[in-house]
Design a protein around this ligand. Sequence first.
Ligand SMILES: [Zn+2]
Length: 226
Amino acid sequence: MYLLSEELCILYLKDQTLLKLIICSRTLSGFTRPLARLIDQFEQLPGIGPRTAQRLSLYLLRQPEEKIHAFSNALLNARSQVGECQKCFHLSAEIECEICSNSARNKELLCVVADSRDLLALERTHEYKGIYHVLGGLISPMDGIGPEMLQISSLVKRVDSDKVKEVILALTPSVEGDTTSLYLARLLRPFTQVSRIAYGLPMGSELEYADEVTLTRALEGRRTMD
Ligand SMILES: [Zn+2]
């Protein structure tokens, strides 16, 4: 399918004898152009379908101008100010994130997660009092993601220099999660005790979608990797 303009797309259907050209108007017909553009922006966001995009756009359009300014400023500021914590690589506007700089956190217990969404899921349990390390993904040879593309060497350095007593691997139960866990366990075992969270979840489940009780049990039921 080739997108020619905002309104038109051309779909070529090909069988052995026939090449058909179908011109179809986009579903956004009936919307004035600036509104159609706004709906289109929302539709590009994950988990937002055409109906939700229309609802959000029409809702925003009815809001007072100062509210729209506050909304767009929050978006622009978040984009320009939020980077990564230099220690754990969680999202942070400061050099060190709130978790790393919190003296009440147990610095001898470090939980490894694939990305910040998993960290936030574990934080929602309010049970874990240690610190984190965000890898930035999982090892996946099929997708061309090798260990050198993730925050792995920084993890090993950190565990060694900060005298971390236990590393908990909280990675998705999937082929990539298992591969990464085994790789990390082998690298980290000379420096510290390594455990992996227990799952009451089927293979392939995303950590970020697990409920708080399941995640708390998974943390409590962690097993040492040997
Ligand atoms: Zn941090």
